[in-house]
Design a protein around this ligand. Sequence first.
Ligand SMILES: [Zn+2]
Length: 502
Amino acid sequence: MTKTADKSSSKRVLYAIVFVLVVICIITTVLLYNTSQLKYEAAETPPAEAIDIDEVGAAERLAGALRFKTVSHQDPEKFAPEEFLALHEYLERNFPQAHKILKKETVSDYSLVYKWEGSDESKKPIMLMGHQDVVPVIEGTEDEWTYPPFQGMVDEGYIWGRGALDNKSGVMGILEAVEMLAGEGFVPEQTVYITFGHDEEVSGKNGAIKMAELFESRGVEFEYVLDEGGFITLDMVSGVKRPVAFIGIAEKGYLTLELTVESEGGHSSIPPPSTAAGILSRAVVNLEENPFPPRLDGAANEMFQNVAPAMPFLNRMALANLWIARPFVINEITGNKYSNAMVRTTTAATMLKGSDKENVLPIVATAVVNFRILPGDTAEVVIREVERIIDDPRVKVSTLGKVSEPSPVSETDTPFYRALKKSILQASPENTPIVAPYLLMAATDSRHYKEVADNTYRFLGYTLPPGDMKGFHGTDERLAIDEYMRTVRTYYLLLKNLNEGS
Ligand SMILES: [Zn+2]
């Protein structure tokens, strides 16, 4: 090799090294720049004026509402109409100012619709929602409650009883806020409807569905709807120390499929190579091994982008640079069952049935698989995909029960969302939460209004520590008095902030 060739090749190596260094520098600059852009706008939210809530009275009134056994049972025979009627009377007695200015009507005898006429007729109305019914207390667990579930107790800084979280704090919280505002002579600009269904816990078919039909028949359309479904969480997002207020902007859909395999049956001493149970099992395993692909978009992406600024540096950098870090981020998210459920249509095999006897081949074997559908997918897409994955004509796929498609995804760039966010921040001046939109795994009554609502949000103003979550549909349901006051404050501020056109 000549000297010149040697020189030019070492020059080439040098150029290559410089080139690589420049590329690394550029990438690092882009990564850091993007990360620095992901700032939490600590939102210059002006503090709200002090709100004078009658705390003792409000806590007692909520406790009183918990004493009505407005339970929704799967068995409609167990429905207790007198409890609902007594609750209606209780609301009227406890919120006289509100009942003076609100126009009230009942739908299907037990659901309540209130109308608060706004000052600006040109604006579309909004709706605040709650539900009066509660889930039953599981038989035999009454003794595990600190106070009997329907005693409605105020003690140790808490309001105790079935419905404290879900959802009488919503119903009573809305009315407390309206009662205060009515007393101040406040008039909303936009007409406000308030609806309290009576069968949310058993699908809303006589309550929310009937109310939605009524609005549709009258041509009433809502610009915004606010229902339960989100709250302020603590220690829910790993690495994030601040409280996070989650506002639900969409709900997953619901689909149950039954897989059926039929075969000849016979005695198990002379079996075929595959029994109906074996064929069916392979189909179920196939479904588990081929989950729906994860997608970081829509509500889930918005949530991560909003929470990211409070995350540790590396997570923040990854989320700010999805263009390069997407596979890593998706891997992290899907590694946790909770966040996994936010980014994909989930598959859960729940029931299996074969022969009734150990030595009899099954004539029919069935499996039930429940899917929670991510917005963007549809029940039809899921069914088609299931058939493709199973790829076995011996396995028949049919739907079981009611199918519900995922809800539309509501926008976050709206005056209502901004007013709600501002109210949440103002209601917690001492420990300001991060406010983030999110995707609800469960279903609320609000899904029944999608034909008459442009945007639907799901949020209730309390902070719920992880330890108190078990109260939802569980034992020892309770709400801290301070957190109930935060709920009332949030509704109160929201109605005011909406008038100011936040
Ligand atoms: Zn509820």
